[in-house]
Design a protein around this ligand. Structure first.
Ligand code: TMO
Length: 327
């Protein structure tokens, strides 16, 4: 079969499934509706499990309807600039706590689209497993945590508590400990797996631990736990030193407790790959979906692409509405 023929056939099949009204019977029109199926849609993957597995799931679904897809490992902050200039095509997990600043900066510059908000509500914050909460009265309140700082000390921390943050790439609040006058130091895990290793070893040795964590994730099901309750987030906390309990510093508050999870796209995507962009706007991750994907990878130890295939296998009702809705 010639390449051209294969391509047209693929477009016709996909066009039949994609409900594009009266035009779907015409191969020419459906090719236009899919767009450039030979040029790959480039999906960036980062360094936490749900994002990588969900990216593979969406990639596999786009391939199902006839697209070519490539994955590229990309820095999770730099990706917004890459999207803006079209080096990558879409982003499936814009977490408000870690990425709102970079996303907003790209929106201001132009070239990137806000492709909608998932149902999943997110939180990214200092987190305590239940086996630690049991050790110190008043947790998860931040002042109670501070009063128990010594319990979190390590041989090299000079008596201060150790907070295990995620990779610097996720750009958390590096000034919060100082702004709140806490008796802690912050260290950075090399990646998500290193955070889970910290939890596992603390659990095995019955030691107190406080790590960066997020929701939805698999950790609640595995350990139970709670986010540290800092003074509530407020926009001015980030920009106005006089706001909050420290009159001389910003960063004297927690991360947003009800953060968004958004999708983003290169602004050339709707023109170049119209059906894929339409699907992207309909894609909607729930809390359960994101938690399940993290569980497949981090608890069941599946490869990301296999986790994606399993999710597709088990959730046809969900994804068929993303792909085939007539709009
Ligand atoms: C960006 N993350 C979900 C790891 O906080």
């Amino acid at each position: 079969m010639s390449r051209k023929f294969t391509k047209t056939l693929g477009a016709m099949v996909a066009g039949t499934m994609l409900a594009f009204g009266a035009s779907t019977g015409q191969a020419g029109t459906t090719t236009a509706a899919l767009g450039d199926v030979d040029d790959p849609i480039i999906i960036p993957v980062h360094n936490w499990s749900s994002q990588i597995a969900m990216s593979h799931a969406v990639g596999q679904l786009l391939e199902k309807i006839g697209y070519t897809v490539e994955y590229t490992t990309t820095d999770s902050q730099a990706v917004y600039e890459a999207l803006r200039v079209g080096d990558v095509t879409l982003e499936l997990e814009v977490w408000e706590g870690s990425f709102a600043t970079a996303f907003n900066a790209a929106l201001d510059k132009g070239g990137i689209l806000d492709a909608g908000t998932h149902d999943a509500v997110t939180r990214e914050e200092w987190w305590l497993p239940d086996f630690t909460i049991a050790k110190c009265p008043g947790l998860p309140d931040w002042e109670a945590l501070n009063a128990c700082a010594e319990m979190f000390a390590r041989p090299d921390s000079g008596g201060k508590g150790v907070y295990v943050d995620g990779p610097v790439e996720w750009l958390h609040d590096l000034d919060r400990i100082e702004a709140l006058g806490m008796n802690f130091i912050q260290i950075h895990a090399g990646g998500a797996a290193a955070l889970w290793a910290e939890l596992e070893s603390a659990a095995a040795n019955d030691e107190a631990v406080v790590v960066f964590n997020w929701s939805p994730n698999f950790t609640d099901a595995l350990y139970g736990g709670a986010f540290v309750e800092f003074p509530a987030f407020h926009d001015r906390c980030k920009t106005d030193a006089s706001w909050g309990i420290n009159p001389n510093m910003t960063s004297d508050c927690g991360s947003p407790a009800g953060g968004y999870l958004k999708k983003a796209a290169w602004d050339g995507m709707p023109r170049k790959w119209p059906a894929a962009y339409k699907a992207l706007t309909r894609i909607n991750f729930t809390t359960n979906m994101v938690g399940t994907m993290a569980m497949f990878v981090d608890v069941d130890e599946m490869e990301h692409a296999d986790a994606a295939a399993r999710w597709i296998e088990e959730n046809e009702e969900v994804w068929s509405a993303w792909l085939y809705a007539s709009q």
